[in-house]
Each structure stands twice: as C-alpha cells, then as structure tokens.
Design a protein around this ligand. Sequence first.
Ligand code: ZN
Length: 264
Amino acid sequence: MIKCPLCEGKSRKYWSDRLYKVYRCDSCLLSFISPVPADQESIYGKEYFTRWYIERYSARKAYTRRIISPIFKNARKGGRLLDVGCGIGILLEVAGEAGFEAYGQDTSGFAVGYTLKKGLRAFPGQLDEAGFSPCSFDIVTIFDVIAHIPDPAACLETCSRLLKPGGILAVKTPLHAGRLFAISEALSFTGKGRSLLHLPAQIFHFCPETFMVISGKLGLETVRGFCVREPGFIDSKDFKVSALAMLERLLSGRSSIIIMKKRK
Ligand SMILES: [Zn+2]
C-alpha cells in the first residue's frame, strides 16, 4: 500500500507491467505511477514540441480556441491570464486575440524561447520562481500539464494563490476510462500497452471526483466540468504508433476540463 500523495488515503494496485505499477486511491480516485520515472523534463525539448505542436500549429490553435471558449465565458473580459506550462504559447496567442493580457510559464527553455520570439510574455522555469504577485490573475489555466508534475497539489495551491478572489482556475487533463487500464495491461506483453495510458510520462490520472477533493482543499468552488475529445493526431509514418493512437482514440481520447472559482 502506498499513501495517496493528494489526500493521504489508502491506495491499491490498479495496473502493472514489467517496470511500473499504477496505484489508485480508494478515497479520491487519483491514480499514480510507481516508481516515478526520473528526468521527466528531458522529454519536453525541441523534438517533442516540433512533432506534436509546431508541425500541427494551426490545427492545435483552432482546437484550443474551441475548447477554451466556455472558460472565457466564465471570466472577466480583458483580465489577466496565466497559462501554467504554456509550451509554445498557443493558448497565450488565443487569449491575447480574445482580449486578455496573457502571461505564460514553462520549464522547457526551448518552448519559452519559441513563445518569446512570437512577442508573447512567458517565464522560463518553475512557477514559484516566476515572481508573479499573489491575487494578480483573473484566470489561471493549466492544460495537459498537471498529470506530469511530481507534486500536483503544491502546483494547484500556487495557482490558487495567484488568482484574484472570484478568479477562475481551469484544469485540462486526460480522462482515461477503467477499461483502457484493463486493455493496456492485457497488451503489456507487447511492450506497447503502456503508451495507451501515456505511461510513464503521465504520473497521475485524475477523475472528476479527484477534482472535488482538490477544490475542497484549496477553498475553490467547482463551477463546471465537461469532457472534450482530443484532436486525434495520427502519425502515419509509423503504423504501430498509428494503430495504438487509433485504439486509444476509439476507447478514450478524451480529456476533462474542470473550471473552479476562488471564493471572494
Ligand atoms: Zn487520494
């Protein structure tokens, strides 16, 4: 038994292969990998951002514009927005075009360099080193990042601290159904099952119930939660990757977006 890193509840083994195990908390339903792979940050360099973002820039931007509109509807127009883990700045660009004063942060020097070259504002390094003032943002977004951060509770606490009273915290993270864990485990003998769950890069798997626990701990009010389909970029150069990507899209390929509000 390993204690849940979020609520310290009891957890049990939920998935395993030759190298890794995933445990699931009985109380908040957070799933987490063990052992946590070292050197996560080296994954997110030039090759990663070029393949998954720069080569798909316009499709990514259109997708971001579509999924972020319900969040903008809940926020004060023209306010200050912070995108945590901003990557190459696609969300910052969309937010700027929608009239927000947008700031980003990312630990990838390559991604922040790319963002700055576009004339956008981004800080390279850890969020708590960026020097942002408490209670200074109307919206904090954290898209496809929280599942990869070793201490998600501390990160969300920092996000909450940076929000103005009444401000919005919006989190997007993959939503992997229980059956995907079962299929992934059954495929583990092929050595490819892990990639269906984005393991080991994805340290945590969140459920809507997990966010209820998080919002309660942070004194936030959950405004809305909804599911979005991933754009399903298939890499046709590699059939094996394509087949897995199609299988994942068929079985899951969904993310949840949770909108929480800081109490006034
Ligand atoms: Zn828990």
